[in-house]
Design a protein around this ligand. Structure first.
Ligand SMILES: [Zn+2]
Ligand SMILES: [Zn+2]
Length: 346
């Protein structure tokens, strides 16, 4: 494109002295030629289920039909050299099956400063199709199942875990449309979540295991062959441990805080001796369990002696003597754990 020459002069048609475009003033120029052109028709292929658009060989997700049409008009618009056209708005009216009559409002900006509003009309033909993601979802396609299982006592946590899986699927789906949930089934002891993409299911199941601890198992089943390759369906079992990190177990008469999980083992910290140990979950599963929010509390410090801190039991209001830990500094209240009538400094 060559730059339009801007010059001041006498309009060849009306004789007015003005900024000239190809020898004409803006008004005469506008009458004499097309400032910009758009095609009469635009053809689109759009998924009837989710609205994704087929561009070349790829499907683009997440655009509204109006935005897609605006983009298409933008990229097919041809303007006179030197003129800048900016689309103001488009108005869509449904015609027949898959047809939209579109009116385009635009303004043309001339290099000399002239602004001319313009309207043009075109027809958009929309071919309805089904994108690969939607055809898989409609066909109940899945590559893997995430099985979330719990102890049965803590249904709320199972649901929290399932919500987290669904949230992660949504997040991954933004970059990978083939990650989706086809089915969510309540089963005995938990939930089965059917996932469209195996890699995503595996990633999420591993994240869940890292987050919650407990048991994690992978199994697979041969479901067929395609082009000589084995087609497998994977199952990821995420078994939630019976307690949460931060909860307490009463072991050998002393509360132990659950510090974390490693596979089938749990890390416990004796809150009197501060010693940590790692034990099999199954070996401590029957111990009395205290959720942290039920047993952790603030207690007022009444006074201190050389070796002891005297606090008020926040439940019975009795005075309780606690051995002063080395290096303890005087403050108004302390955090304590109250388990089975005993009070322990945190
Ligand atoms: Zn003129
Ligand atoms: Zn679709």
């Amino acid at each position: 494109m060559t730059e339009e020459k801007i010059e001041q002069g006498t309009c060849l048609r009306c004789g007015r002295v003005a900024t000239l475009h190809r020898g004409l003033c803006i008004d005469c120029f506008r009458k004499s030629s097309e400032i910009f052109t758009i095609p009469d028709y635009i053809d689109l292929t759009v998924c009837r289920s989710c609205g994704a658009q087929l561009k070349g060989k790829h499907w683009e997700y997440g655009g509204e039909l109006k935005d897609i049409i605006e983009d298409e008009i933008h990229s097919s618009l041809e303007e006179l050299s030197g003129v800048e056209v900016s689309l103001e708005d488009i108005e869509m009216r449904r015609g027949g099956e898959g047809l939209y009559h579109v009116e385009v409002r635009a303004v043309a900006l001339f290099p000399g400063g002239g602004v001319i509003p313009t309207r043009k009309a075109l027809t958009v033909r929309v071919k309805s199709s089904l994108c690969p993601r939607c055809s898989r979802i409609h066909g109940s396609y899945y590559e893997a199942i995430i099985q979330v299982r719990g102890s049965g006592k803590d249904l709320l946590r199972q649901e929290e875990a399932v919500d987290r899986v669904l949230e992660r699927v949504d997040q991954i789906a933004r970059g990978d449309p083939m990650t989706f949930v086809t089915k969510l089934v309540k089963v005995r002891g938990g939930w089965d979540i059917y996932v469209g993409r195996n890699q995503s299911a595996r990633r999420i199941a591993q994240e869940m295991h890292r987050l919650y601890g407990g048991d994690y198992k992978v199994s697979s089943k041969l479901v067929g062959r395609r082009e000589g390759r084995e087609l497998k369906r994977f199952t990821y079992l995420v078994r939630l441990p019976p307690w949460r990190r931060g909860d307490y177990l009463l072991k050998d008469g002393t509360p132990h805080r659950i510090e974390g999980f490693q596979g089938r083992r749990v890390k416990l910290k004796n809150i009197e001796t501060r010693r940590e140990e790692s034990v099999e979950i199954s070996s401590v599963e029957t111990l009395a369990h205290y959720p942290s929010k039920e047993v952790e509390m603030e207690a007022t410090v009444l006074y201190t002696s050389e070796r002891e801190i005297v606090i008020m039991d926040p439940v019975s209001f009795a005075e309780v003597n606690i051995k002063k830990p080395p290096g303890w500094k005087r403050r108004e209240s302390v955090k304590v754990v109250r388990v089975d009538g005993g009070i322990y400094l945190l």
